[in-house]
Design a protein around this ligand. Structure first.
Ligand code: GLC
Length: 474
């Protein structure tokens, strides 16, 4: 007999509907990867639920019957739409709080609080309206965490089915705004928890508290959040919950990020033809108006301009490398101060550094396919996707030994690793990499080692399936 596992998978963003960062990549890939694990013994019916952000342009939507959720003494209307993508059922939830808030994440935390409390509670009620009962609710980050808390409070009702709660932590420091009043207006009380007082009014801590299983997006990050340095004030809580915590490394979309087929790059290649990257490097140098010289190392930075990503550390490092012959391209947007610092760097070294302050997926791929190295000196990095994409393209990552970077890059084998979040450590490591770069055979080996790594979603999806099964059995 086939066993069916129904999973309600909730996220604020998912590719291709809407994507702001890594969460969108994960929510766009993992549900599909899970579904494709289905076989004769097990059917994994994963369904994705997203807010119908006004920025989402979707067609072929099937409008479901409108329903409502209680708030104070009135009813709040929920509009739900159904669609699918490669066999994955997707539901888009709309309502006043979602329409009121144009972007995915707002600078106004009040708008975000209203939106994501509404979304989490409305999504929790969706299964009843589609006659489909989940075995697991799988939430991601603070935006959807309250669905887990809502599910837990429902469990206290008599006769309610036990639906397991899974929370994946992508970015812990974003705990979400104070939602006490909003939650209470929806009739949900704050329980006595073992959370610190300041935390028990916030979505992420409440969701974590309500979780049967807490998953960090890499094993190292799973251990790091147990410490004061990375625990965002919750390290003691995590230590108590240690038994229900694990780390499951994200994958990347290996169909989309494939140097043998990628249409955005000049020449396709595989690991037996890494030399062809030289053509892509020339094209990139040309596009950036650099001297066309294969022997000058070309360093890439593809990143949100964000303190988390340590781009300032990378900028300081490049600044000190006056005597070294290199080229660097910086691609990304974000914090205006960091954007300005990136621009200043180009002004300072116009013949060495090119700054491209925009989001440009095509150029990112050309950098993966043509640059020699990629810098990721993150202050913290739950998983990180760029280093995995880089390796797949034979672009050698230089990363800090933390979080997912630590779990995916091996020193001197697939990349270069340093410990301290300081530009001097980074410079020392770049110098090691440059030495290796000068030895063509050694460098090729590192590139090929990276290209041979398996970063597909399959392995991660299997781990999640194991986790689901363990929770349903209990
Ligand atoms: C967040 C984290 C990043 C991770 C991504 C997907 O953006 O900062 O490290 O790769 O989520 O889990």
């Amino acid at each position: 007999m086939t066993k069916t596992i129904n999973v309600l998978f909730l996220a604020a963003e998912a590719d291709p509907f809407v994507k702001v960062g890594g969460l969108g990549d994960v929510a766009g890939s993992l549900p599909k990867a899970l579904r494709s694990l289905s076989n004769d013994d097990i059917k994994l019916d994963v369904r994705l639920v997203l807010p119908y952000h006004p920025v989402i342009k979707a067609d072929n939507l099937n409008r479901l019957e409108t329903y409502s959720i209680d708030r104070n003494n009135s009813q709040v209307e929920v509009e739900a739409f159904e669609t699918s993508i490669d066999d994955l059922p997707v539901y888009l939830i709309n309502g006043e709080a979602i329409r009121a808030n144009g972007s995915v994440y707002s600078a106004d935390s009040k708008l975000d609080a209203e939106k994501y409390v509404f979304f989490s509670l409305a999504a929790l009620k969706l299964p009843k309206h589609i006659n489909w009962i989940p075995d697991v609710i799988h939430a991601n980050d603070w935006h959807t965490a309250l669905s887990l808390y809502g599910n837990l409070t429902k469990r206290w009702e008599e006769g309610a089915k036990h639906i397991a709660n899974v929370m994946t932590v992508h970015n812990l420091p974003f705990l979400g705004p104070d939602v006490k009043d909003i939650l209470e207006s929806y009739g949900i009380k704050l329980a006595q928890t073992d959370l610190p007082d300041w935390a028990r009014v916030m979505p992420m801590p409440l969701g974590l508290w309500a979780s049967d299983a807490i998953v960090a997006v890499s094993p190292t990050y799973g251990n790091e959040i147990l410490t004061e340095e990375f625990g965002s004030g919750l390290s003691e809580f995590f230590q108590v919950r240690r038994e229900s915590m694990s780390g499951i490394l994200n994958g990347i979309d290996t169909d989309s990020f494939d140097p043998t087929t990628d249409k955005a790059i000049g020449v396709n290649y595989d690991s037996n033809a890494v030399h062809k990257r030289a053509i892509n490097k020339k094209l990139l140098q040309d596009r950036l108006e650099f001297p066309l010289d294969e022997n000058i190392p070309l360093i890439g930075i593809i990143s949100r301009m964000d303190n988390q990503k340590g781009v300032d550390i990378a900028f300081s490092a490049l600044k000190t490398m006056k005597k070294i012959n290199f080229q660097a391209v910086i691609l990304g947007t974000g914090d205006p101060k960091l954007e300005e610092a990136a621009q200043n760097l180009q002004n300072l070294f116009p013949e060495k550094i090119k700054t491209q302050l925009r989001f440009d997926a095509g150029m990112a791929r050309q950098i993966y396919a043509g640059a020699d190295m990629l810098l990721m000196p993150s202050r913290y990095e739950p998983c990180g996707l760029a280093q995995m994409i880089a390796m797949r393209y034979g672009c050698v990552p230089i990363v800090r030994a933390i979080g997912g970077l630590n779990d995916t890059v091996t020193q001197n084998f697939t990349g270069f690793v340093f410990e301290k979040a300081s530009h001097l450590s980074l410079v020392a490591t770049i110098k090691k990499a440059l030495k290796s770069f000068a030895d063509k055979e050694a460098w090729k080996k590192i590139q090929q080692n990276g290209m041979a790594q398996d970063f597909s979603w399959n392995a991660s999806a299997k781990e999640y399936l194991k986790l689901y099964l363990s929770l349903i059995k209990e």
